[in-house]
Design a protein around this ligand. Structure first.
Ligand SMILES: CC(=O)N[C@H](C=O)[C@@H](O)[C@H](O)[C@H](O)COP(=O)(O)O
Length: 239
């Protein structure tokens, strides 16, 4: 296995995904840079970030490698994570150390194909993280020469299972079958799950919402309070 420098840096570590879309309370590059700084202080070894603006701001704020994506909707495609070479160019310009893209076999915008995307990134010497939803997608992405796969899209395609937690089976099978690093990503919300996926063979672990989406973190605690009150007092906070 040819080990590219950024892969060496992320090995066995926690990658914090720091993303807030327009409409989320923390949206904005300045805030995401602060979030990334906090993640760095907490021990994250890399950051996954959305948009050229956020990648640029985060690169200035932290000394960690940044895995960039651009989430963008196109009218003729369901693919929204780095769908075309336009988004790749934006991320290269912003200084991303690795770029993640949707590596499903779904139709991309216009005439763009997964094959042309990977070829383009390779021609730019840009390491590629392939976001997959199934083992078959991982095997295919590996055959194209991507640098690593991530289980990001499991539960987000119509043909992958919609689980409450991480897709452990996909992590395990991918780690067993692929000769390239497999990153565990998606619905990892407890430290124990980080250990679990590493034991199953994950090369590194991405945690997003449980670190960087405080509205969702708060919701879990508020929900716990609501359920506890019903169980203790038999009703919701009526007085
Ligand atoms: C499916 C999709 O669009 N995932 C995105 C990919 O970058 C992010 O919204 C997720 O936060 C990230 O994958 C980390 O996952 P989680 O937030 O579950 O830890």
């Amino acid at each position: 296995m040819l080990v590219i420098p950024v892969l060496k840096q992320i090995r066995y570590g926690l990658i914090a995904s720091c993303q807030a879309l327009p409409g989320e309370p923390l949206h904005g590059s300045e805030t995401m840079a602060k979030m990334a700084k906090a993640a760095e202080e907490g021990g994250a070894i890399a950051i996954r970030a959305n948009s050229a603006e956020d990648v640029r701001a985060i690169k200035q704020a932290v000394g960690l490698p940044v895995i960039g994506i651009v989430k963008r909707d196109y009218p003729d495609s369901e693919v929204y994570i780095t769908p075309t070479t336009k988004e790749v160019d934006e991320l290269i310009e912003a200084g991303a150390d690795m770029i993640a893209l949707d590596a499903t076999r779904r139709k991309r915008p216009g005439q763009v194909t997964l094959e042309t995307m990977v070829e383009y990134m390779k021609s730019q010497n840009m390491p590629v993280m392939a976001d997959i939803s199934t083992l078959a997608e991982g095997l295919y992405a590996a055959s194209l020469g991507v640098s690593c796969v991530s289980t990001t899209l499991s539960g987000y395609t119509s043909y992958s299972p919609n689980l409450a937690g991480p897709h452990l089976e996909l992590v395990k099978e991918s780690a067993e079958r692929l000769a390239i690093p497999v990153i565990a990503e998606g619905r990892i919300s407890e430290p124990a799950q980080v250990e679990e996926v590493l034991r199953l063979g994950a090369y590194a672990v991405v945690v997003g919402s449980a670190i960087s989406r405080p509205q969702l973190i708060t919701k879990r605690f508020a929900e716990a309070a609501r359920k506890a009150v019903i169980s203790i007092h038999g009703n919701e906070r009526s007085h």
